[in-house]
Design a protein around this ligand. Structure first.
Ligand code: DLL
Length: 434
């Protein structure tokens, strides 16, 4: 079902007219209400009334995450606190939290956007949906909750934790859809295998996964273990949380962007130059309708590309390719750029290991050293010393081919890496500490 066909199936010219209208309004709004933007635009010598075409957006300066941290906690809010009915926050890896506010209208808009993406994934009022995202400052739990409730599905607000009980609830309550990070879904699969539960005895038909990258191989692994369809959805706290884009039933690895609420651009992450459709670069988002916390040209650091092609589902909105890399996840090892997703690709294609791994980077003298630590999968491996040795050797040579540098390999016993109920932490960079 298409939740808001009027917007989701609009002809391009009409969509662009709405976007321009909203863009002009929001630029005026931030200039008037948020001193940070007034100062930035004055310094750049640009006035809101000079935005007369959509492409003029590129004349505005970018907003970086530092602006949110410098303004901590409420410096970038555009309304007085009396109008703010909810706060969420994202901790990130360094520094202060990024705090986001919502007015009553923002909460209503957000629920609608989630209703759109959940409908895209196939959720209806017949479903029983178990939400296994953390409920709290993280936008995932409450975000998905109110949107799915709007559809009229039955929600089980399970949150994270107590994994065995999660599985019992799935059995007893007849859960038909689950919402989680891909890492937690994999961990849960491991637990129900330990509990000797046959996944096909559950009523699950679809999973809505988001909050972290889910590569094609990981998606296949989830689908294989759970016997259900896995869909992706994308968002980030700074623009309000989940609800930016979601995968429909026919858009394999692509997600429809809610373009009437978020204006997307792709830039070269190094030069900041605009890039075209079909080119991979950094996603930059402008919120077109947020009231409490509008944000203009926010550099997400997520790498993706925009695709403008008709979709069999009937939606006409632009699509973005699934995000598997962040610009700031790139490791530079002995001068070579390496993305964790390249390594994950090799691991997932090698039989007998994964999906759990960790990348440990150290400095030996002046040399960077990368060690790929990966679990042997309990299911398939006999654990004979000779076989392990061969596996290690073949993995090292595959990594050398893909990365063009040599990386160490350490095979770990099954279940030795820490499991997560939220987002997985794959990189341990110890270089500054050496
Ligand atoms: O993770 C919002 C969210 C919650 C989206 C639940 C979808 C579902 P943050 O905690 O601020 O917000 O983290 C945002 O997570 O910049 C991406 O790097 C990553 N991310 C989020 N969704 C995806 C996805 C939420 N589907 C950061 N694929 C973003 C890949 C994702 N990465």
């Amino acid at each position: 079902m298409i939740w808001e066909p009027h917007y989701e199936c609009m002809v391009r010219e009409d969509m662009q007219a709405i976007q321009l209208d909203r863009l002009q309004a929001v630029v005026n709004y931030v200039y008037e209400k948020v001193p940070y933007y007034r100062k930035a635009y004055d310094e750049h010598g640009i006035k809101p009334q000079e935005i007369t075409r959509l492409k003029d957006v590129s004349r505005l300066p970018f907003t970086e995450k530092e602006a949110l941290m410098d303004g901590y906690p409420f410096g970038l809010f555009a309304v007085p606190m009396k109008k703010v009915v909810r706060l969420h926050a994202s901790s990130g890896t360094t520094g202060k939290q990024k705090v986001i506010g919502y007015t009553k209208r923002d909460i209503r808009t957000w629920s609608n956007l989630i209703a759109r993406i959940a409908s895209m994934a196939g959720i209806t009022d017949e479903d029983i949906v178990q939400i296994c995202f953390g409920y709290g400052l993280f936008t995932g739990g409450f975000g998905l909750h109110y949107g799915i409730e709007k559809i009229g599905a039955t929600i089980i607000p399970a949150s994270t934790g107590n994994t065995e009980r999660q599985i019992v609830m799935m059995q007893d309550f007849g859960t038909t859809a689950m919402v989680a990070t891909p890492s937690y879904a994999l961990y849960m699969a491991e637990v129900f295998e330990e509990m000797c539960i046959d996944p096909s005895s559950l009523k699950l038909k679809v999973g809505l996964f988001g909050g972290e990258p889910c590569t094609d191989n990981m998606k296949k692994e989830i689908e294989r273990r759970w016997h259900m369809r896995a869909t992706d959805n994308y968002g980030l706290s700074e623009v309000g949380g989940p609800g930016v884009a979601g995968e429909c039933e026919c858009s394999e690895g692509m997600m429809h962007i809610n373009e009437d609420h978020f204006y997307p651009e792709i830039i070269n992450p190094e030069t900041g130059q605009l890039m075209g459709y079909g080119e991979v670069g950094e996603l930059v988002l402008t919120t077109l309708t947020r009231e409490a916390f509008p944000i203009i040209r926010y550099r997400t650091r997520d790498l993706t590309m925009l695709v403008d092609e008709p979709c069999r589902c009937g939606r006409t909105t632009l699509k973005m390719k699934k995000v598997v890399q962040r610009a700031d996840d790139m490791l530079i090892i002995r001068g070579v750029n390496i993305y964790p997703s390249q390594i994950e690709g090799v691991i997932m294609e090698t039989e007998g290991i994964g999906p759990y791994y960790q990348l440990v980077v150290t400095k030996k003298g002046y040399m960077d050293d990368l060690e790929v630590q990966v679990e042997i999968s309990g299911e398939q491996f006999s654990g004979k010393f000779k076989e392990l040795e061969e596996l290690e050797k073949s993995l090292r040579s595959k990594l050398q081919k893909v990365l063009s540098i040599s990386a160490g390999v350490k095979l770990l016993e099954p279940k030795s890496l820490e499991r997560t109920m939220g987002k997985a932490k794959r990189i341990v960079d110890l270089r500054s500490k050496d």
